[in-house]
Write a protein that binds this ligand. Structure first.
Ligand SMILES: C[S@@+](CC[C@H](N)C(=O)[O-])C[C@H]1O[C@@H](n2cnc3c(N)ncnc32)[C@H](O)[C@@H]1O
Length: 207
């Protein structure tokens, strides 16, 4: 989604746009979610590599990022990782890995943007080893009806600007309806983040 110039601009402003959040709450949330994940890890939609510095216990992280502009920024940061990292251009819908390949799959701020979350969850389920888990940190629809209506009004423009990002995706609800067991460990609405983008949920899902 998005022309080359749009994607180039999005990738160029992504880190500066997120910088204050990373310092004040988002970085800490990433660290809590990712720091203790061990074994072989797949991260879908790795973007510019914001999670790289937060992996402490993984044996290996494969980061899949289909957008070449985002991936270029990610490749520039590889030296910051404490754990071995490989980067691929795979989409979350088609991961180039055999069944039962990973102990954990990570998604942060990605499931709002995928076209069909059911297809992605089926692919995540396929590549997870038995007992493996999906770790997520996502902004979601929430259940405040007044804000859901506001989000619905803004969504068409936001989705264009944000290369497919939806404000009203009920990621935990979709996971549950696809048969996953979902544990939302934290729900966040940081005061400095526009309310239209909240709540964020951090948690773990088991197929
Ligand atoms: C908002 S950025 C988040 C980047 C990063 N995960 C983070 O936490 O900062 C969304 C990312 O999801 C990626 N993305 C969108 N659709 C995708 C798909 N179907 N499969 C994999 N990645 C996708 C985009 O290319 C982009 O890098």
């Amino acid at each position: 989604m998005g022309g080359t110039l749009h994607r180039k601009l999005f990738a160029a402003i992504y880190d500066p746009f997120q910088a204050a959040g990373e310092r004040t709450w988002l970085g800490a949330a990433r660290s809590d979610l990712l720091g203790d994940i061990g074994g072989d890890v797949l991260e879908i939609g790795g973007g510019t590599g914001a999670n790289l510095v937060h992996y402490r216990s993984a044996d290996r992280v494969v980061i899949a990022e289909p957008d070449d502009e985002m991936r270029a920024h990610l490749l520039d940061k590889l030296g910051r990782s404490r754990v071995p990292v490989e980067v691929t251009a795979d989409s979350a819908e088609h991961v180039n890995a055999p069944d039962d390949s990973f102990d954990a799959v990570v998604s942060t701020l990605v499931l709002c943007s995928v076209e069909d979350p059911q297809v992605v969850f089926a692919e995540v389920r396929r590549v997870l080893k038995p007992g493996g888990k999906l770790y997520f940190l996502e902004h979601v629809r929430g259940d405040d009806e007044r804000w859901i209506r506001r989000k619905q009004r803004v969504e068409p423009v936001w989705k264009w600007v944000g290369l497919g990002c939806r404000l009203t995706r009920d990621t935990p609800g979709i996971l549950e309806s696809e048969g996953w067991s979902v544990e939302v460990r934290r729900e966040m609405a940081p005061s400095k983040v526009p309310k239209i983008l909240t709540p964020f949920v951090l948690g773990v899902a088991t197929p």
